[in-house]
Design a binder for this molecule. Structure first.
Ligand SMILES: [Zn+2]
Ligand SMILES: [Zn+2]
Length: 386
């Protein structure tokens, strides 16, 4: 049996780590700071040499990101936090507390999550304040980042696209403005491997009992812009007036006798594709708006493919490279989605028919008219109200 090699043995002279200090210093003098930091992390000896010798200026804040991004590639269990500017550990759970409504997201182990919203790393999936559509869903850059990491590195290293699914129903009671209307909002996600990029399919449904088609019209006389269908939302680049025109054109076609009328729209700026349709469902009627957007590869929150969808249009002057506008997010999504648009639409309509949502969804605990579909990770955490 040979003698065990002591762990502290000095590296061999013919290896990088074994070179004399002067020689190492001469080599690394030519390297940029980020490369020097990475070399110094290769062994204790190199770390001691570089930290002792130069007392190097350490990058702070955002300046740490290039080194962190490089380390992240070698350590897929860790990911760069664009808020804290450190590496966080991914705990390996499929949902990481990021699924469901904003209240479910409180279970995310990251203390910094509330700051993601403050610092503008969120996509609220509408241009208005949260109260208006009562969509209690915030989509953070972190969702995109972790879903794409799972795609790049494997299932232990990020969240599933299933964690990005969300379905919410809201009833609009009250005798005055919009009686007998129920609205539904849903999102589902797919990763399109070609570019690659994460695509979202967002569906808004307005459901009226009987065939009261006039209720589906956007009306200028409604004082509260929070009433449907004023809240149906394509993208931040389409003005509220233009939204009303696009939706009303299809509703008016139905009223004038056209069978199952529909129209499509593509945004020149963010390439969001949308389809507007009026469908009869049993004895009831629905206005359905489906929008597809591509959020890009999720490598950095500075990517225009993410930024173009965020904030309000007044603040957002981001434009896309023509190359990134040429693939339709709708085609990319539907090519890989196991669930067709028709299947999604009939599933969503089935929640609304005869108030089935009351049997399969949970009431959001402090808002009596709002219901959402529990995700796997949120079972048992709801406050039940009847
Ligand atoms: Zn953080
Ligand atoms: Zn747009």
């Amino acid at each position: 049996m040979g003698r065990r090699t002591p762990p502290s043995e000095i590296p061999k002279l013919n290896t990088l780590a074994g070179l004399p200090v002067e020689l190492l210093s001469s080599i690394t003098d030519f390297l940029p700071l980020n490369d020097r930091i990475c070399i110094s992390l290769c062994s204790r000896r190199l770390f001691a040499i570089f930290n002792h010798r130069t007392n190097p200026a350490r990058p702070l804040g955002k300046d740490k990101l290039p080194v962190l991004r490089r380390l992240e590639r070698d350590l897929p269990k860790y990911f760069v936090c664009y808020i804290c500017h450190i590496l966080h550990k991914y705990d390996g759970s499929e949902y990481f507390g990021l699924s469901g409504s904003v209240y479910d997201q409180e279970k995310c182990p990251l203390r910094c999550l509330p700051k993601w919203k403050e610092d503008g790393f969120d996509l609220e999936l509408r241009d208005q304040a949260p109260i208006w559509f009562h969509v209690y869903r915030i989509f953070y850059f972190l969702h995109l980042q972790l879903a794409m990491r799972r795609f790049y590195y494997g299932e232990k290293f990020g969240i599933s696209t299933e964690a990005l699914s969300y379905t919410q129903v809201r009833t609009h009671p009250g005798p005055s403005s919009c009686p007998e209307i129920t609205s539904l909002f849903s999102t589902d996600a797919q990763i399109c491997p070609k570019t690659p990029g994460l695509c979202l399919r967002i569906q808004h449904v307005m459901f009226v009992h009987g065939r009261k088609s006039e209720l589906l019209l956007s009306r200028q006389d409604i004082e509260s812009a929070g009433e449907p269908p004023q809240v149906m939302f394509i993208c931040i680049h389409v003005s509220r007036r233009r939204h009303a025109i696009l939706l009303n054109t299809v509703v008016k076609a139905y009223i004038s006798g056209e069978k199952a009328p529909s129209s499509t729209h593509t945004c020149d700026i963010c390439a969001a594709d949308s389809r507007i349709e009026v469908c009869e469902y049993g004895s009831d009627l629905a206005l359905v708006l489906t929008t597809w957007i591509n959020l890009g590869p999720g490598l950095t929150p500075d990517d225009p493919r993410w930024l173009v969808h965020c904030c309000s249009w007044e603040l957002n002057r981001v434009t896309l490279d023509p190359n990134h506008r040429k693939d339709s997010p709708r085609v990319c999504f539907e090519n890989v989605s196991p669930r067709s648009l028709e299947a999604l639409r009939s599933c969503n309509l089935s929640y609304l028919k005869d108030q089935r949502y009351k049997r399969v969804m949970h009431q959001v605990y402090w808002e009596r008219g709002v219901w959402d579909l529990p995700t796997k990770s949120s079972w048992g955490s709801y406050w039940f109200m009847s």
